[in-house]
Every structure is written in structure tokens, then in C-alpha cells.
Design a protein around this ligand. Sequence first.
Ligand SMILES: [Zn+2]
Length: 198
Amino acid sequence: MLARNWFGAIGAIFSLPSYLLYCSFPMSKKLRPRKSPKKKNSAARAPLVRVHSQCLTGDVLTSLRCDCRAQLELSLRKIGQAPSGVLLYLPQEGRGIGLMNKLRAYQLQDGGMDTVEANENLGFAADARDYGFSAQILKQLGAKKIRLLSNNPEKVRQLESAGIQVIERVPCQPRVSKTSHAYLRTKKSKMGHLLEGL
Ligand SMILES: [Zn+2]
């Protein structure tokens, strides 16, 4: 179906069993960078892509414990302003551990653990997400060369190893709230996320 995103840009939303996809126009073949020429313009022609992991507490309930909602809003705004773009919304709640386990991890964090310690205490990896399926979707869309909105080097690495050429990583760092500050510092220091000013 066609829809406007939160910031008024028109795009298409496809709801499929395992993910939600938002494409801003132009779509399809026009998502592909033109083969022509000038290197300096090739980055600008590639679609701007956000591969966003679902966060019910942040995206829907606007929790400030994490930066998910803020990143989603920033991504939709930037994709809406770009010549073309894609937002993949993936069911990887809690960095892949699911909603109930994320809430258990929140309880542990309330007791003093950081987000990485809490996930590991529950027997999970600090980040259990997999982006191989996202790479397949992008290939199906013809988006093999992309500009990726992300602060996460592991996401770039996984997409590239799955055959997607990330020709530019576009920082996706919105406001930092007092509540999310410690969480973001942990993402930077323990998970290698590229975050400024923390
Ligand atoms: Zn979140």
C-alpha cells in the first residue's frame, strides 16, 4: 500500500510475514545506482538504507532506555529526503533475544548490570542479530550497492559478507537522552558502535 511516513514523504509499505518494508520512490530498477560514471556521484545515487531491528518498547511505547525510536525517526526523515531509500523493519527484538527475554534483561539492568552483561547473564550473546536475510531482501530489490544508515560496524560487516556493497556508512545518531546515555556508552565501549560525544 502507499503511505506517507511520519515526515510526510510518500512511499510504499509492504507487510510480509517476516519483515516490514518501506520504500521511498523511485523504486525498483531506479534503486540501482546508474552504471555511468563519475565516482564522486556514485554514492549519492545509491539508495539510502536503514535495516532496523524491531523495538516494541522504544519504537511503539517511546521508551527512552534505548535509542531505537529516535534512530527510526531519523532514518525515516533522511530516507524521505533522499532520492531513493529502503527501510527494512526486522523482528529482532532485544538484539535478537525476543521481547520477554529483553524485559528480563531490563530487570537485571535495573539491578546494576549493563545491557551486555544482562544479555550474557541470561545465556545469550550480547548481540544475536543476523543480517543475512536482510541482504537477500536488498538483492531482490536490486539494491546491491547501498548507503547504510547505521552506527554498527557488525551490521556493515555482515551485509558485506552477504554480498551487499556498503559504499557509505551514514551515521545514525540522534539525540542522546539522560536515560539512554549509559546504554549508549555500553554500546560504544563493549560493542564497538561508532557514536560521537559519549
Ligand atoms: Zn530499543
